[in-house]
Design a binder for this molecule. Structure first.
Ligand SMILES: Nc1nc2c(c(=O)[nH]1)N[C@H]1C(S)=C(S)[C@@H](COP(=O)(O)O)O[C@H]1N2
Ligand SMILES: [Mo]
Length: 377
């Protein structure tokens, strides 16, 4: 039934489709990798990497791109696997040494990619059905994906060159000269891929692009929460409600000239400043917000510290994000606040009442809530 000519044609077609989808996938992975590394370097350890405090929307953009390029990769990976699926199990399974390397790199690439996209997706949904620590594993696995991808591209380079150079056949003609409306042609696959990617991205983008909020049906964090701002960890979850609402609350600041502490009334009596700064979670959501409070550098000066020295801001709770080291450039920035108010009202307990850190252009994980102590080095 299948003639040699037809097999060649469909083989060429399949390669062309696999290559185009692969190219789109590789672009997503490269983008995801670079933006992911940025996010990692800002945090581990804070301050080693010259990440600026201006412009304030930069991290929001890079991290939005990180999550959206990862989301876009999911339908692309499924389509790519659909296109090459039969080839994966082709005989000989192992064969020559080159083929062995090729097979191994594909096995690693496919499994690591699935792992990476799946854990990323579940992290966005804040669902952790595993025992490892997400960020460390996600970071380590990224190098494996990119390494296997480079090997894969190197091995396939000759095929990629040919496939990209091929003209697109409009229609296929069979042995008897009849035009065959050949199954899924390249254009259908590419349009399908583009469509799937667009739907996936739009359905998530609303958690970071306000105009798309209504269509963000997949986005778990699209604007609910006190003051219209999402909450990742509530005061109840952090078991901090009693300490944060206690009359004996003090903000204790220590520095070269000794310790000073302020109660809430004294903090409110200090010079107040208002800044419009987005809050950006590494999980990809972000939101504009207007914060008012005391400048961090005013507190640093009050305890004899040098403006621009790194500062540790410590929460009343003990969770993984209880301590934030504010890098020098951010500690010196006049927009870095110990915020008492959000959108013109006292902070909600879930946003960090009585005091939370908000610095320009830093990940949400570094914006500690329920601040109890500040150490100036
Ligand atoms: N003390 C403390 N601060 C914290 C957290 C936390 O768990 N504990 N979560 C952080 C994370 S991951 C984010 S994204 C922001 C979210 O701030 P919001 O809840 O006010 O929107 O708070 C950050 N500050
Ligand atoms: Mo976050």
């Amino acid at each position: 039934m299948t003639s040699a000519v037809e097999t060649d044609e469909s083989e060429g077609e399949r390669r062309a489709r696999a290559t185009r989808v692969g190219l789109a996938l590789a672009t997503c992975f490269a983008t995801c990798f670079v933006t992911g590394l940025l996010s990692h370097w800002i945090q581990h350890p804070p301050g080693w990497f010259a990440w600026p405090s201006t412009p304030v929307w930069l991290y929001r953009t890079t991290q939005g791109v990180h999550v959206l390029s990862g989301i876009a990769a999911i339908p692309l990976l499924l389509i790519k696997l659909g296109v090459v699926y039969r080839k994966l199990f082709e005989r000989p399974l192992i064969g020559s040494p080159v083929r062995l390397i090729e097979r191994l790199s594909i096995a690693v690439l496919v499994s690591a990619s699935i792992f990476q996209l799946l854990t990323g997706l579940l992290n966005i949904a804040q669902w952790y059905p595993w025992r490892f620590f997400f960020t460390t594993t996600h970071h380590a696995m990224a190098y494996i994906v990119i390494g296997a991808l480079l090997v894969h591209v190197a091995v396939k380079l000759p095929i990629i060159r040919v496939a990209l150079g091929e003209a697109e056949p409009e229609q296929t003609v069979d042995d008897n000269g009849r035009r065959r409306p050949g199954g899924l042609d390249r254009r259908t696959v590419l349009l399908g891929a583009g469509g799937a990617v667009a739907v996936a991205v739009v359905a998530f983008a609303g958690q970071t692009v306000p105009a798309l909020r209504r269509v963000a049906v997949f986005a778990p964090r699209s604007g609910a929460g006190p003051a219209g701002l999402p909450v990742n960890r509530t005061a109840e979850q952090a078991q901090v409600t009693v300490a944060a609402t206690s009359d004996s609350y003090r903000l204790a600041v220590s520095g070269p000239a000794g310790d000073v502490s302020w109660d809430l009334a004294a903090l409110r009596a200090l010079p107040q400043h208002t800044e419009s700064l987005p809050i950006t979670c590494v999980e990809g959501w972000s939101a504009d917000a207007v914060w008012s409070g005391v400048r961090l550098r005013d507190l640093v000066r009050a305890v004899g510290g040098t403006v621009g020295a790194p500062v540790r801001v410590i929460s009343l709770e003990r969770g993984p994000y209880a301590v934030s080291t504010v890098p020098s450039s951010h500690a010196a920035d006049p927009r870095t606040l110990l915020a008492l108010r959000l959108h013109g009202a006292d902070l909600d307990i879930d946003h960090g009442f009585p005091v939370r850190l908000i610095a320009p252009n830093l990940p949400g994980v570094m914006q500690t809530k329920w601040v109890g102590r500040i150490e100036v080095s």
